[in-house]
Design a protein around this ligand. Structure first.
Ligand code: ATP
Length: 377
């Protein structure tokens, strides 16, 4: 029967809320998912990512709002009626069943005919490249291989949506990278709609068509990886998008979207999407790769110069990741091809179009309207 699960065009979370006791884990979450999309839910620990996924799966009832599939309310349906697949960080494989049997289990539970089970299990094993391990028990395989079994077990049911909760977090760095590629490949070859929870910005950027950044149970911004990377809606999103330098500053002058700020004992000009006025305390966001080491004295482009002392230098392939200390004690992160040394004085400059100015205060409870924040239509 699960052979032919009809698939949806749009899945909508409408003002979804979930409280635990008096505490709100989700506060009016709005999100629209289109068939075939890979969406990553991203945010710090405790922001409500897993709660959102569990609400979607039907493992947690909502305390407010609705989930709609092509306009039909589904949040009252039990998990097994939703036709969703799940992959979690602890693979929860049956330890006494072989790889094949683990993958076949869900199909057998649904009374799929034996020949069909055999065919689909073989396909799934092929898909996650576990052919040589089909007869093994989970305990005889590596973490990455076990996670592949967990993925095969979910996709063999041909779910209309796959929910993944930090599926790679138990794996070592190399395996994580391999599995990341694997998940992307599977998504592309099967066209599975996927909702993927992670706190790892790099993982989210590399996998997802769209990212959803959560904070305190609310959507902060929805957009493509490029949109969030280039135009984060607030400093919280910027922080997640790899703006390693988020410095306190005070606005001196505003000319349209160009803002001059006093920061780290100098002035810098940047741009903002916010309403700021002279005298406001703001956050100045700069990515490590946008701080450039320049010769001492004078910048030929007339940019402000930040003086700092190198503290830590890490070799990272073709570049160095440098942590330096500004005169007032603020830590600065710089990526540079120059091989500087700890203790060395450096002079840094950034182009105004790379300097983003954000309001310091983050809105706490105001509902954020995704369409105002550049959500894909
Ligand atoms: P992490 O990345 O650490 O897994 P998360 O973003 O997935 O975090 P959730 O697990 O969704 O966050 O938790 C959101 C909030 O709800 C947290 O404040 C958490 O303490 C609370 N919470 C989650 N589950 C329960 C529960 N069963 N009982 C009480 N509070 C809970």
């Amino acid at each position: 029967m699960s052979n032919h699960i009809s698939t949806f065009e749009t899945l909508e979370l409408e003002n979804v809320a979930r409280n635990f006791g008096g505490q709100a884990a989700l506060r009016g979450l709005n999100l629209s998912i289109k068939r075939g999309e890979f969406i990553a839910l991203l945010g710090p620990s405790g922001c409500g990512k897993s709660t959102a996924l569990n609400c979607m799966a039907g493992l947690l009832p909502l305390t407010g709002g609705r989930i709609l599939m092509d306009g039909k309310q589904i949040d009252q349906l039990p998990p097994e009626k939703r036709g969703f697949g799940m992959v979690f960080q602890n693979y929860a494989l049956f330890p006494h069943l072989s790889v094949e049997k683990n993958i076949a289990f869900g199909l057998e539970m649904r009374n799929v005919p034996k020949a069909e089970v055999k065919k689909r299990v073989a396909e799934a094993i092929e898909l996650v490249q576990l052919g040589p391990h089909a007869k093994k028990l989970p305990g005889q395989m590596s973490g990455g291989q076990q996670q592949r079994v967990a993925i095969a077990r979910a996709v063999v049911l041909r779910p209309q949506l796959v929910l993944m909760d930090e599926p790679l977090s138990n794996l070592d760095a190399k395996l994580r990278l391999e599995m990341r590629t694997e998940i992307r490949r599977l998504h592309q070859s099967l066209g599975l709609t996927t909702l993927y929870v992670t706190h790892d910005q790099e993982e989210a950027l590399s996998l997802a068509d769209r990212l959803v950044v959560l904070r305190l149970g609310q959507v902060q911004q929805v957009g493509t990886p490029e949109e969030l990377h280039e135009r984060p809606a607030n400093w919280h999103v910027a922080d997640f998008m790899g703006y390693r330098n988020l410095m306190e500053g005070v606005v001196e002058r505003v000319h349209g979207s160009a803002v001059t700020v006093s920061v780290l004992g100098t002035t810098m000009t940047g741009s903002t999407q916010h309403h700021v006025a002279a005298g406001d305390t703001v956050k100045v966001g700069l990515r490590a790769e946008d701080l450039e080491i320049i010769a001492p004295g004078h910048d030929s482009l007339g940019r402000s110069i930040l003086e700092a002392t190198v503290e830590v230098v890490e070799y990272q392939g073709r570049e160095f990741a440098v942590e330096a200390r500004a005169v007032d004690g603020t830590a600065l992160h710089v990526r540079t091809p120059e091989h500087v040394q700890p203790g060395q004085k450096i002079y840094l400059a950034a182009s105004p179009d790379r300097v983003l100015i954000f309001q310091s205060a983050l809105e706490d409870a105001a509902p954020v309207q995704p369409e105002l924040l550049g959500a894909a239509s």
